[in-house]
Write a protein that binds this ligand. Structure first.
Ligand SMILES: [Mg+2]
Length: 231
């Protein structure tokens, strides 16, 4: 019997990955000619993954990896006006008004009346807490957990902290790797709601998913009915 529902935030409750995608042409526009952008952005993606252990996830981590790669690919000193424009771009990314996903508010409102809702989001605390505040959805949640990783161990600890048994827990999210697989492996249930934009790092193989059972919905509007039929 489900008693608590965990929600992923980025690209589940609100659109966010597109902010990173849209930053790349803006970076190219600021820097102008003289760079191999195919290489620069390929190396940037690699640097982001390589730096996760040091910086974690988020816009500020992206900024450090981006500046490192711009410096590496620059054949001459980077002019200070361009550096300032890149910093302004980062500030714009942090201040961008993101869109709440269709049906998110209705689903949270309906489900919060009968279940304990927990927001479980991966990233840098200040950055994520600021987004949660700006989303206007914070009031629906009994608890908010900002975590550095979403592994089996992470979910075990989150459930323990909140006094929830895995068999009473359902996780909802857009990432098979972060929101679905680890939760099923610790004995919980999970519903995948794919987002049109997936981060390259989050893609996993079909073989990894074929051995587990999880729900799949098109949008959050279908979630309350799905949860009710689980009882
Ligand atoms: Mg997500």
């Amino acid at each position: 019997m489900i008693k608590a529902i965990g929600f992923d935030a980025d690209d589940t409750l609100w659109d966010y990955e597109h902010i990173y995608r849209e930053a790349k042409p803006k970076i190219a526009h600021i820097l102008g000619e003289g760079y191999d952008y195919g290489q620069l952005f390929y190396k940037l993606d690699q640097a982001e993954v390589r730096n996760i252990d040091l910086y974690g996830y988020g816009v500020k981590s992206f900024a450090l990896s981006m500046l490192e790669n711009v410096a590496r690919f620059s054949k001459r000193p980077l002019e200070s006006d361009k550096l300032l424009k890149l910093i302004d771009l980062i500030k714009d990314m942090l201040n961008t008004n993101f869109k709440i996903t269709p049906y998110a508010e209705e689903a949270l409102s309906t489900l919060s009346a009968a279940y304990e809702l927990i927001l479980i989001t991966k990233g840098e605390s200040y950055e994520q807490e600021r987004k949660i505040e700006r989303s206007g959805l914070a009031g629906f949640f009994a608890a908010v957990e900002v975590v550095s990783y979403k592994t089996e161990d992470t979910y075990r600890k989150v459930l323990l902290r909140n006094g929830i048994a895995p068999e009473n827990f359902l996780m909802v999210g857009n990432s098979l790797k972060s929101d679905i697989l680890p939760v099923i492996r610790i004995g919980g249930k999970a519903v995948h709601i794919p987002h049109e934009v997936a981060w390259f790092h989050e893609e996993i193989t079909e073989a990894e998913m074929s051995s587990i059972e999880y729900g799949q919905l098109e949008h959050l509007g279908q979630l309350p009915a799905y949860v009710n039929q689980l009882k």
